[in-house]
Design a protein. Structure first.
Length: 278
């Protein structure tokens, strides 16, 4: 009896991303682009408080029309892949298993790393504040985390591990391990332990990132989940048996999305870098 590959592996695209991505559970995914490539975010400009006057016609002050600022978010990343698996002499069961391995490998080796690296790069490029350090040691790596906390607090952002993340390169994480103020993952609440979380420090969850996936010249990137947005508008996976010209399976996938820094919340982005970009 033939195995229906499309039924057996439908939805494979979402599951590995959820379990393996370093960013998905640490950013906001609330922005929807249903029926649109671009959305506009409006932020009301508020008014400073004045003194109440107990006489006259404008006792509350002169009325001012509410203004707003606008930010356009436009999707720019439309990615796809197309692979074939020749069934050769394999029986249907073995063929189905081999096809599943190919899908899993594609997700974990290509799709997930791409979106992680791309998103971290977008967020780092949009950081409105930075600290410049040519290199770090076990003491300065901690002081830079404290500097990021100070920047967040001064921007009136509550620093809490459930919302705030420090993405740190593997090389710099090795330095942080030697600092006694670092709290290892085995001492954290299990609910905080998403993929990549290795500990906490000064209110930030610490997520270790491979050196080659960190943004260029960046030691550490600090984000609040509401400031760092990830959008995936479309996620498609198709596995077709015996497509024309192929004796086996044709595996094709597409992901359409992007990452953004939300202007109204950008005080929740900070980076430690080797050279200034501001």
């Amino acid at each position: 009896m033939a195995v229906n590959l499309a039924t057996k592996y439908e939805g494979m695209l979402e599951q590995p991303f959820t379990h393996e991505s370093l960013i998905k559970n640490r950013c906001t995914t609330k922005y929807k682009f249903t029926g649109a490539k671009t959305i506009v975010l409006l932020t009301a400009v508020t008014q400073a408080l004045g003194d109440y006057t107990r006489s006259g016609s404008n006792r509350f002050g002169n009325p001012t029309e509410v203004q707003d600022t606008k930010q356009e978010l436009t999707l720019s990343q439309d990615k796809a892949f197309s692979l074939t698996v020749d069934k050769g002499n394999l029986n249907d069961q073995a063929f189905a298993k081999e096809t599943g391995k190919v899908v899993k490998a594609q997700m974990s080796e290509q799709n997930v790393p791409f979106w992680d690296k791309y998103s971290l790069g977008v967020w780092a490029a949009g950081a409105p504040a930075e600290s410049v350090k040519a290199s770090l040691d076990k003491d300065t790596v901690y002081s830079e985390i404290v500097a990021a906390r100070k920047a967040f607090v001064n921007n009136k952002i509550k620093v809490a591990e459930k919302d705030c993340t420090c993405y740190i390169s593997a090389s710099n994480y090795a330095l942080l391990l030697d600092n006694p103020k670092f709290v290892s993952a085995d001492k954290l609440n299990e609910k905080l332990l998403t993929a990549g979380v290795v500990g906490a420090c000064s209110g930030f969850l610490i997520v270790e990132v491979p050196d080659d996936m960190m943004p260029a010249n960046t030691h550490m990137l600090f984000t609040h989940r509401e400031a760092a947005a990830y959008v995936r508008k479309l996620s498609s996976l198709y596995i077709r048996n015996d497509a024309p010209g192929i004796d086996g399976a044709l595996i094709e996938g597409r992901e359409y999305g992007d990452a953004f820094v939300i202007d109204a919340k950008k005080g929740g982005i900070f980076k430690t870098t080797t050279q200034s970009t501001l």
